[in-house]
Design a protein. Structure first.
Length: 161
């Protein structure tokens, strides 16, 4: 196995989880997370990508919990597709931090709140080396779920273009 793929594995998982293609039920997974953070004041979600354990519970509404289960279950498949084996991974953890202090109202016709975030995925290989993947961005969340029914992300994207 080529260990250098572990850094891109970490980055790709982080990018995919926080992307607009991660929809569940009536909204984007990140919108559920932002709304929960704004309600509770908690700003850091921790996820073990090997066991699926995530905390704190206050940031895990049911739809987000199901999305995380899906993405944690997908992690071995993503690793294999990039040439990594789970046997070579001792630890894989994600920490998503929302910067609630720098939140601001979004612009446009829909009421939104923009919250900057950073997600860092840390993978430790069987040789003890650390591989980090980091994504820094911001998310615009609405006060209520965005869609009236379950939708596919490409339908939303097609309307926006």
């Amino acid at each position: 196995m080529k260990y250098k793929v572990l850094k891109s594995l970490a980055h790709n998982w982080a990018h995919s989880f926080t992307s607009g293609s991660n929809t569940i039920d009536q909204d984007f997974a990140m919108s559920y997370l932002v709304r929960a953070a704004l309600q509770t004041g908690s700003s850091e979600l921790r996820v073990d990508l090997l066991t699926g354990f995530a905390s704190p519970d206050s940031l895990l509404p049911d739809p987000l919990r199901r999305s995380l289960e899906h993405y944690v279950g997908w992690f071995p498949e993503l690793a294999a597709s990039q040439g990594a084996t789970l046997a070579a991974i001792q630890e894989a953890k994600a920490v998503l931090t929302l910067d609630l202090i720098r939140q601001r109202p979004g612009s446009g016709s829909i009421e939104t709140t923009c919250v900057p975030f950073e997600i860092q995925v840390r993978i430790v290989d069987d040789l003890g080396r650390e591989h980090l993947g980091c994504v820094t961005d911001e998310w615009f969340a609405t006060p209520k779920p965005l869609f009236r029914r379950k939708v596919k992300w490409w339908r939303v994207w097609r309307r926006a273009v």
